[in-house]
Each structure stands twice: as structure tokens, then as C-alpha cells.
Write a protein that binds this ligand. Structure first.
Ligand SMILES: [Zn+2]
Length: 73
């Protein structure tokens, strides 16, 4: 279907998460992301960021309970 591709050139964008080319069309349900995973990862990153800001937790690794537990072992 080369002639079809020439008549209807596919527009594609780079996935904001992994930079993979994503066809910009109805078949790409998660555009601009390449997959649901990338979309969820990106949304998750934003959610974590907002969560941190909402709780005004300083980015202080010294008081990280997980890190403290690790040090006590
Ligand atoms: Zn991706």
C-alpha cells in the first residue's frame, strides 16, 4: 500500500516519555504517548509531583524512613 501512504502521509510525533515515534491518528489511542504504559507513567510522575507539593514535604533524603531502615540493617 505504498501509493496509499503517499496519498495519505502519516503524521507522527515522538512519545514524550520514551521518544518512540507515534502515529498521530485514531489508531493511536494513547497519543501523544506510544502506549498506555507511557501515558500512565507520565501521569504518575505528575501525580507524584503534585502530591509532594501538596504535602510540602522537603526533598530531604536523610529523613526517608525507607533509607533509615536500610541503614539500621
Ligand atoms: Zn513511549
Amino acid at each position: 500500500m505504498r501509493t496509499n501512504a503517499l496519498l495519505n502521509p502519516m503524521k507522527s510525533v515522538a512519545c514524550p516519555r520514551c521518544q518512540k515515534p507515534v502515529v498521530w491518528g485514531p489508531e493511536s489511542k494513547f497519543r501523544p504517548f506510544c502506549s498506555e504504559r507511557c501515558k500512565l507513567m507520565d501521569l504518575g510522575a505528575w501525580a507524584n509531583e503534585e502530591y509532594r507539593i501538596a504535602n510540602a514535604t522537603p526533598p530531604d533524603g536523610e529523613s526517608d524512613p525507607a533509607l533509615d531502615a536500610f541503614r539500621q540493617q
